[in-house]
Design a protein around this ligand. Structure first.
Ligand code: DMJ
Length: 644
């Protein structure tokens, strides 16, 4: 390098000044590097850091609208969940966009937390275990506050409940004997669950004699029916360890991408219903997104000339068809008529009207077509929209259609007048044509075949005591007491069908002809498969009347279940209720955990556990909240009394 000589400056002097400058520059650049490096060690909240490092450090954070803590949480979560991050589902069920998620709001505002607690749960009453679960659900739902305003707000929904879902003290009854009985039912649930877990985990049901799992062909390749059916029962019973196991299984192993042939009805009432209830009770986003994902897979079943869905659907391809045994390719009243509650809630949660439209279309068609004597036959053609044959039953094939009419009305906060009109119209026709009195004075519901009565009542029809009971209050004023009496009479008859057997459990069907009074006359009708309907009616009648006999009857059923259905590795149905040397059918049905044990537990609980002011139960006993539209839109607030 050549230095030009400056006037008055010697070569050696110039060299000295140059090296001083060099050292100074070196020092300066070192200082700058140090300062910049120090930025990395500053907390994320310091503004300087955001200015200098925004591109490299903060931009990749694209999950939800939560705080950076939420983001770290997200990065820690398993991959499967990261693909469907919490709070990222838009109204149409698409995953959220980066732009949306970049808005950064505090994850849980103090006010919002307060509102949620006030709206749904007396926090001080919770067990420590449940509080822990709650706080995780709070994190889960925090994202919905930042989401699109027209998506469902869990906080708003909780704020619109009249009472805390689990009551003041988780429904614990004051009376020690009742509490002991309730504890016994809880022990039965734990026993049933533990054995399922041990021998059949991930399968649909437990086979308690052979100690293995059963998959069956009702759920189109879906697995874990007993897990989904148990979520809410475990939760309300406070079996939190078991609830967490169930939730974790849903998170890691519930695979909805199956490709098998499923019953639209069964998948809806057990899986969609179970997931919806779990979401409404816990606020875990996981349950909502799974329910939505599954709901979408059921939609192709409605692609028929009339919009009446067919009974079977391939969950992978969306192809649907009618049951082989259903005459002339017909659809079944109790199947297409038992979608309403769940589908209305799917629309609620997604803000997508399609689900409600589908079930309203069924309603419209049923309204329009002529009904023989005002009755709804069990078989309808999804092609022509006409009845296929005139068999009417309040039991199997018809049952839950009637149940969903009155429950649709109640779930709509008594605004769905069509459902109300159809329900009371149907009940009038049933009373005029089906309700009978036996020579021994028992009231029962016969079946109707083109005008000819079959004097038989199925175990399934025994739900109708409870149904008529819950609808009594909204009937015509002069009919209210009559409906309550009718409900009590039917429930009494069903109880008789239990007491007249050796095991004190009821047969699948009982008759009132040839001298029979509430007993099965055919060998093929003598079995009991852990069904809930009789106990379901006891539970409703207890809540409506507080007549202690219903709790006594429920306890008789507990003792009979313990004596005849409990085996070493779970509970099993029996083949003949009339013999004391029982033969077990080797099946612990998932509805035993979802319905039978839940209704028993509620029967021995205070009425404030899942209060009827706020909840209706779907036909698989999954509680769904009453939808208070105006409250949720903020037009009116509920009268939140001291119970909160
Ligand atoms: C359950 O799956 C439901 O209650 C359904 O409505 C009828 N059958 C079983 C229980 O018996």
């Amino acid at each position: 390098m050549v230095f030009r000589k400056l006037p008055g400056v010697s070569a050696s002097g110039m060299g000295l000044r140059l090296s001083q400058k060099f050292v100074f520059l070196l020092f300066l650049s070192g200082l700058v590097t140090l300062c910049f490096g120090a930025l990395f060690f500053l907390p994320d909240s310091v503004r300087l850091k955001r200015i200098f490092l925004s591109k490299t450090e903060i931009q990749p954070v694209t999950v939800g609208s939560g705080s950076e803590n939420d983001v770290r949480e997200h990065l820690k979560r398993p991959k499967q969940e990261q693909e469907h991050p919490r709070g990222m589902t838009s109204a149409k069920g698409e995953t959220g966009t980066k732009a949306k998620s970049l808005s950064r709001k505090p994850s849980v505002s103090h006010e919002a937390t307060e509102e949620r607690l006030a709206g749904g749960k007396a926090q001080e009453d919770l067990t420590l275990a449940r509080s822990k679960i709650e706080s995780s659900s709070e994190r889960a739902t925090s994202s919905d506050r930042g989401a699109n305003t027209d998506t469902f707000s869990y906080q708003k929904y909780r704020g619109c409940l009249m009472k805390p879902p689990l009551g003041r003290d988780n429904g614990k009854p004051g009376d020690p004997q009742t509490n002991e009985r309730r504890e016994k039912v809880k022990e039965m649930m734990k026993f049933a669950w533990d054995n399922y877990k041990r021998y059949a985990w991930g399968k649909n049901e437990l086979r308690p004699l052979t100690r293995n799992g059963h998959i069956g062909n009702m759920f189109g390749g879906l697995r874990g029916a007993s897990i989904i059916d148990s979520l809410d029962t475990l939760y309300i019973m406070g079996l939190m360890e078991e609830y967490t196991e169930a939730k974790d299984w849903v998170q890691t192993s519930l695979d909805l991408n199956s490709n098998g042939e499923a019953s639209l009805f069964e998948v809806n009432i057990r899986y969609v219903g179970g997931l919806l209830s779990a979401y409404y009770l816990t606020g875990e986003e996981l349950f909502r997104s799974k329910a939505m994902e599954l709901g979408e897979k059921l939609l192709p079943a409605f692609n028929t000339p009339t919009g009446i869905p067919r009974g079977v659907i391939n969950l992978g391809s969306g192809t649907s068809w009618s049951w082989g045994w259903a005459s002339a390719g017909s659809s079944i009243l109790a199947e297409f008529g038992t979608l309403h509650l769940e589908f209305v809630h799917l629309s609620e949660l997604s803000n997508n009207p399609i689900y409600t439209e589908k079930v309203m279309n069924i309603r419209k068609l049923l309204n329009k077509i002529e009904k023989p004597h005002g009755l709804y036959p069990n078989f309808l053609s999804p092609v022509s929209g006409n009845w296929v044959q005139h068999h009417v039953s309040i039991g199997g094939l018809g049952d839950s259609f009637y149940e969903y009419l009155i429950k649709s009305y109640l779930m709509s906060d008594k605004t769905d007048d069509d459902a109300k009109r159809m329900y009371y119209g149907a009940l009038e026709a049933i009373e005029a044509n089906l309700v009978q009195k036996s020579p021994g004075g028992l009231t029962y519901m016969a079946e109707w075949r083109g005008g000819i009565l079959d004097h038989k009542m199925g175990h399934l029809a025994c739900f109708s005591g409870g149904m008529i009971g819950i609808g009594a209050d909204d009937g015509a004023p002069e009919k209210r007491q009559h409906y309550l009496d009718l409900a009590a009479e039917i429930t009494h008859t069903c109880h008789e069908s239990y007491t007249r057997s050796a095991t004190k459990l009821g047969p699948e069907a009982f008759r009132f002809d040839g001298g029979a009074e509430a007993t099965a006359t055919r060998l093929s009708d003598r079995y009991y498969i852990l069904r809930p309907e009789v106990i379901e009616s006891y539970m409703y009648m207890w809540r409506l009347t507080h007549d202690p006999k219903y709790r006594e009857w429920g306890w008789e059923a507990v003792e009979a279940l313990e004596q005849h259905c409990r085996v070493e590795a779970g509970f099993s149905g029996i083949r003949d209720v009339y013999t004391m040397t029982v033969s077990h059918d080797n099946m612990q049905q998932s509805f035993f955990l979802s319905e039978t044990l839940k209704y028993l537990y509620l029967l021995f609980s205070d009425d404030d556990l899942l209060p009827m002011e706020d909840w209706v139960f779907n036909t698989e006993a999954h509680p769904l909240p009453i939808i208070r539209k105006s409250c949720q839109r903020g037009e009116a607030t509920q009268d939140k009394t001291a119970s909160k």
